[in-house]
Design a protein around this ligand. Structure first.
Ligand code: C3B
Length: 818
């Protein structure tokens, strides 16, 4: 058990400051104080961290191209149970823990939902106490920092490794590995007629591991997130390749080579749910996959795990298709290094791999050109080709039509479809919410589902409630513990016991007071950073997530424009409008023009509305710059309304919906993604539902019949706000307005904004009416909190463990192995 003693902590802290910086505490900056505290904590956990690396049980390796960790200090202190002692100790040294917390860099090694989910899963794997580790990339630059210049988004590099290092990480040069690109594959038979495969003339890149400890809550489990940095190989490694030797010949070539290697882990691709197909991305994907799989084999050899025993000892999880090359890379090692036959290698691989699909958006599906794969990763290409050949043969033997075979093939028309590769080569395929999984089974992956239905399952996403409630909303967490004890911290199903207090006015008032306090804190932040004064008595109506047309921030802002017109039209009547603050936070992918136009629109409408005295502060619009994990922790606890308004069928799950609910916000939603499951928990009387059903959207997509133009011409209010986009009504909005207008009218409104906006406005009106009845509102808020327990990622991870990782390969899969 890791324990702490205040006196010893203080001594340790002073000593560490002296060791690291040769200075006194008084001379130190907040950043230095953070670094020192971090090293002190690492010293304290080092024994347990070492211990957790010994595998007594099955180990899970979670491969993800993104891990959106957020700051670690507070959540580590919480999980270790050290916060109070350290706070007091530091206090006695004249140091404020909260200031140190704010000076920790926020590693943005992810874009949004997918990366944040991976981070929540790491927290939960450690907290439920399994040996579960992450493999990813140590990007030098994380997701860009967003600035607004003249109302438009400008991207600034996120130089989070200010002094080239991050205090939580430990670099392990003796565990560096080589990843091989390009070159030629030689196949020769040796004297005993065994096939020997060698990779010649490759370009070697060294993968340097950096380990970050992942600390479980209230247990001794400390797992590892290992992220790899790309470098030119050190001399020992260099010897192994003729390439490295030749490159050293000329200084210029050596520089080029350095660039080639280092570029790989230089920057995170800033695309969320959008496939760009660039060569560098494929290099990144193979880079961390190859290093990770080699690392796993090295560990297995060290612990004397035989290849046959691998499926009993390890589980490899492929988080979306970005790490799909895990499959051919594992095959490569089994075939070429371990000398196993194809069938033996395949049998092992398929029993180890599981895969999660995170989206049904067509534009997000990875498809690599065969030519690129062949040139960059010749051995991977060969293995994928063989998997495809066997699979297609098998399908043909079953007598399927050529049409169907074409749809299911891994390789088709010069492209490699990575989702198909994952489906064919894994024993488990899961979606991330009930509706999403249903759509995978019945629509997008229906061919595969009909073929191997037993592989498909659902794992509804979850969130690390320790970070998203206990750490970021301590007042609420304390109230909950006061009311129902602390069992809920380990097992969130206990939150249900809060329902006992649904008629307790004291509790409801306290709930309101806590929300108000959080709103004041957020209002202060917004005043300081955006110089906008907002009223904590107004409804805080929040939409924070990546900017994407399907998420429909556009519908939200068009509705604001409707309200603005209503106020102006009735300026003499003193409309009885419930004061509202519309809060947005969203980054757009730098190349996503429409999304950037929508950002500009929101900013321009904000300026217009906020500065018009006739509005009398009844509505305000705030777009908070640079939304990320740290900001989310401030914004979510302060929200009254959670906007989850995606076009039904398009949002696979959503996770901010769960965070808001757990913090007592009421959800305004379409029945999309995990909103459906929120609805199952609280019923329609405790949330605000509107919009097209999944079936209606699917039918429109299949059979047509939707005309946004007709709606525009038949609905005066709609026509008015859409025309505002192009008639100069919104100062500062130029050609961006036309772009949005075209998306809505000329291109028939792909995401049904105009179709849903009336119902959306009605739902908003219901919200305004209800907010007047504080008791009723607070009751609903309590019911939401009480029923949010199911959305803890501990629940999700336990399901992954039971149904996938520890259960292993189904008999059906085994019987069906091709
Ligand atoms: C996201 C989806 O868009 C969300 O609905 C989902 O909640 C999360 O993944 C987590 O499952 N997603 C993403 O952030 N990036 C992708 N490339 C694909 C999906």
């Amino acid at each position: 058990m890791i324990t702490i003693n205040k006196k010893r902590f203080k001594e340790h802290f002073r000593r560490k400051m002296n060791n690291l910086y040769a200075q006194t505490l008084e001379e130190a900056s907040n950043e230095e104080l953070f670094n020192v505290l971090c090293y002190v904590i690492k010293d304290m956990i080092s024994k347990d961290w070492e211990g957790s690396r010994i595998y007594q049980e099955k180990a899970v390796f979670y491969f993800s191209i993104e891990f959106l960790l957020g700051r670690q200090l507070k959540s580590n202190l919480l999980n270790l149970g050290f916060e109070d002692t350290i706070r007091q100790g530091l206090n006695e040294l004249g140091i404020d823990l909260d200031e140190i917390v704010e000076s920790e860099p926020d590693p943005a090694l992810g874009n949004g939902g997918l990366g944040r989910l991976a981070a929540c899963f790491l927290d939960s794997m450690a907290s439920v106490g399994i040996s579960g580790h992450g493999y990813g990339i140590r990007y030098k630059y994380g997701l860009f920092e967003q600035k607004f210049v003249n109302n438009s988004q400008v991207e600034v590099p996120d130089n989070w490794l200010i002094n080239s290092s991050y205090s939580w990480e430990t670099v392990r040069p003796n565990r560096a590995l080589l990843v091989k690109y390009e070159g030629k594959i030689n196949m020769e038979k040796d004297d005993e007629d065994n096939l020997k495969v060698t990779h010649k003339d490759y370009i070697p890149v060294m993968a340097m591991p950096y380990d970050i400890p992942i600390i479980g809550y209230g247990n001794e489990c400390i797992n590892t997130l290992r992220i790899w940095k790309s470098e030119i190989p050190t001399r020992d490694f260099g010897k192994s390749s003729s390439y490295a030797k030749n490159q050293a010949a000329s200084y210029e070539d050596a520089l080029k080579y350095k660039y080639y290697a280092e570029e790989i882990s230089q920057t995170l691709y800033p695309n969320d749910s959008n496939y760009a197909g660039q060569l560098l991305r494929l290099k990144q994907e193979y880079f961390f996959v190859s290093a990770g799989i080699q690392d796993i084999f090295r560990k297995c050899r060290r612990y004397k795990i035989t290849t046959q025993d691998l499926p009993n000892k390890i589980a490899i999880h492929i988080n979306d298709t970005h790490p799909a090359l895990c499959i051919p890379e594992m095959m490569r090692i089994l075939l070429d290094e371990e000398g196993l036959s194809w069938d033996e290698s395949w049998n092992i691989t398929i029993k180890v791999m599981s895969y999660t699909n995170h989206t049904i958006l067509c534009e997000a599906m990875e498809r690599w050109s065969e030519d690129i794969m062949k040139k960059l990763l010749p051995r991977m290409y060969m293995i994928i080709e063989e998997i495809n050949k066997r699979y297609v043969n098998d399908l043909r033997k079953k007598g399927y039509s050529e049409e169907k075979v074409k749809r299911m093939a891994i390789m088709y028309d010069g492209e490699i479809r990575m989702a198909n590769l994952c489906i064919v080569s894994s024993y488990s395929i899961n979606g991330v919410a009930q509706l999403h999984t249903k759509l995978l089974k019945e629509e997008v992956l229906n061919d595969f589902y009909e073929e191997e239905s037993y592989k498909f399952n659902n794992k509804t996403n979850g969130i690390a409630h320790r970070r998203w409630l206990i750490s970021s909303n301590p007042e609420l967490a304390n109230l909950i513990t006061k009311l129902i004890g602390n069992k809920w911290i380990k097992d969130t199903s206990h939150l249900k016991e809060l329902e006992k207090f649904v008629d307790d006015e004291n509790v409801l008032n306290r709930l309101e007071e806590i929300k108000f306090n959080n709103k004041v804190k957020l209002a202060n932040y917004i005043k300081e950073n955006n110089n906008i004064t907002i009223d904590p008595n107004s409804i805080f109506d929040v939409q924070v997530k990546r900017l994407h047309a399907y998420k429909r921030q556009l519908m939200n802002i068009l509705h604001v424009l409707c309200l603005y017109h209503e106020i102006l039209d009735n300026v003499d009547l003193e409309l009885d409008i419930q004061p509202r603050t519309f809060i947005f936070g969203a980054k757009a992918a730098p190349g996503y023009y429409l999304a950037k136009c929508i950002i500009k629109l929101i900013n321009c409408v904000a300026n217009l509305v906020n500065n018009d005295p006739r509005v009398k502060g009844k509505i305000k619009v705030v777009f908070i710059e640079n939304y990320g994990v740290s900001l989310a922790e401030k914004i979510i606890p302060a929200a009254n309304v959670s906007e989850q308004i995606s076009t039904t069928t398009k949002e696979a799950s959503g996770t901010s919906n769960m965070k808001f609910m757990m913090n007592g916000a009421l959800t305004l939603a379409t029945l999309d993604g995990a909103n459906v499951e929120i609805y199952q928990q609280v019923g329609k009387e405790n949330m605000f539902l509107f919009g097209l059903s999944a079936k209606q959207v699917l039918d429109y997509n299949k059979y047509g019949g939707y005309s946004s133009k007709d709606l525009y011409h038949s609905n005066k209010l709609l026509k008015r706000v859409v025309d505002d986009l192009v008639n100069g009504f919104i100062p500062g909005l130029g050609k961006e307005g036309r772009e949005i207008y075209d998306a809505l009218i000329t291109y028939n409104d792909e995401y049904f904004v105009l179709r849903d906006i009336d119902e959306y406005a009605d739902a908003q009106q219901r919200i305004s009416n209800l907010y007047k009845d504080k008791i009723k509102w607070n009751k609903m808020s309590l019911i939401n909190i009480a029923n949010s327990g199911i959305f803890s990622s501990d629940r999700t991870i336990n399901e992954y463990i039971e149904d996938i990782w520890f259960k292993g390969c189904d008999e059906d899969v085994q019987n069906n192995i091709i």
